[in-house]
Design a protein around this ligand. Structure first.
Ligand code: ASP
Length: 398
């Protein structure tokens, strides 16, 4: 019995019963939002110190800027190629299902408020001007850049200074992991609350008119998760994807429940090391970076949503326009933050490149939160597989 009552099993039970609770007792489900919010806040509390410490420790363990360059370039190759494969798959599946072709939905006159995008801002957004401010704002990508530079600089200082910093960050890292383990124990309660609230608030009846669109996205995401990524995992590591999934599934389930790769990060780091057998230096470097940069699910989703919108608007996209979508969807997913709804904000860039009106975003917004849960689960699964593959490559080299 005790063996059965693991956090993972309880989390699966929490997801299923949370859906039931949200459908049948929506008023109650709406009232208990605070429980899920507290759980999310506790997870978010860990993110900044954990990223800071884990990236620092991972890089000093790698030992040199040379080694970092080596693994960093491989990580980016992995991120980029799996994202591209995901977008490609999305484009194929949406062209087969054509979910928008026979639908007749008129968009509202006004477009939803969405942030504008400029490439200059995008690039500047990576560079911290004031690290204290970046830490306070939780600007993850800026924290990552600063920590990478700090860790490399540390490797160039005198031994006593170097050791002081390494001891400090190693201690912080270990302590944050202990804290993470405590908070992880609350996952079933937090997940139950989050899921039942979302279902009660968004209502599953909204899915009816957009069901084919919904199914198209979910089928494409599942194909990527169950065929493309596991094939890569097996090819590079000879590890059974089913076995690896069962070891790290807690992080994937949490990603599904929170729709946030960043909030899931403490759990991804913990389970990949403790259960999935990924080394500390790989998990500590690849997972934080992947949580913001590597989003296969989001990229795939962007490509499907844009083609769906084109179909709704009665616009026939040429092959060269689809190639443009391929490129911008990949870039948009890199720029998206690991928080709920980030993908839909970045969608504006993809719509703009092929000249589609923003008003149509309102239509897909109705089902976005539920689809966000699916795509975030795939984002995190992609990161976890990346960590395992790159870990294997590092082990071979060092
Ligand atoms: N919610 C996603 C994530 O955190 C990003 C998105 O909106 O697609 O990974």
């Amino acid at each position: 019995m005790k063996k059965f009552l693991t956090t993972e099993n309880l989390t699966i039970f929490a997801i299923l019963s949370g859906i039931g609770f949200g459908v049948f007792l929506p008023e109650l489900a709406l009232k208990q939002e605070i429980i899920g919010q507290v759980f999310l806040a506790l997870l978010k509390m860990l993110i900044v110190p954990l990223i800071f410490a884990s990236i620092f420790v991972a890089i000093v363990n790698l030992g040199s800027a040379e080694a970092l360059k080596n693994i960093g370039s491989k990580a980016f190759l992995y991120y980029f190629s799996t994202t591209a494969l995901a977008v490609f798959l999305g484009l194929i599946v949406v062209n087969i299902f054509n979910p928008g072709v026979s639908l007749n939905i008129i968009p509202p006159k006004t477009a939803p408020e969405v942030a504008t995008f400029s490439i200059e801002q995008f690039i500047l957004g990576f560079v911290p001007t004031n690290i204290i401010q970046s830490l306070a704002n939780g600007s993850i990508i800026q924290i990552i850049i600063f920590t990478i530079l700090l860790a490399i600089a540390t490797l160039h200082t005198q031994e006593n200074y170097r050791n002081n910093l390494i001891n400090f960050f190693s201690a912080l890292n270990e302590t944050m992991m202990v804290l993470a383990q405590w908070i992880i124990k609350l996952t079933p309660i937090g997940v139950f609350s989050l899921i039942s609230f979302v279902i009660a608030e968004k209502g599953i009846e909204n899915l009816t008119s957009l069901w084919l669109y919904f199914v198209t996205v979910v089928v494409a995401l599942l194909l990527h998760a169950m065929i493309t990524l596991p094939t890569l995992l097996y090819f590079f590591t000879k590890v059974s994807p089913i076995r690896y999934f069962s070891q790290v599934k807690e992080a994937v389930l949490l990603a599904f429940s929170t729709a946030s790769s960043s909030a899931t990060l403490p759990v991804s780091i913990e389970v990949s090391q403790k259960k999935g057998g990924v080394s500390k230096k790989s998990a500590g470097f690849i997972l934080p970076l992947g949580a913001t940069v590597n989003m296969d699910g989001t990229a795939l989703y962007e490509s499907i949503a844009v083609i769906f919108i084109a179909n709704l608007a009665g616009v026939d996209l040429t092959i060269s326009q689809q190639v443009l979508i391929f490129i911008t969807a990949t870039l948009a997913s890199i720029g998206a933050a690991g928080i709920p709804g980030a993908g839909i904000v970045m969608m504006v860039i993809v719509l703009d490149t092929v000249g589609l009106p923003h008003e149509y975003i309102s239509i897909i917004l109705v089902v976005d939160r539920i689809l966000d849960m699916f795509r975030t689960a795939i984002n995190v699964w992609g990161d976890l597989i990346g960590a395992k593959i790159l870990d294997k490559i590092i082990q071979k080299q060092f």
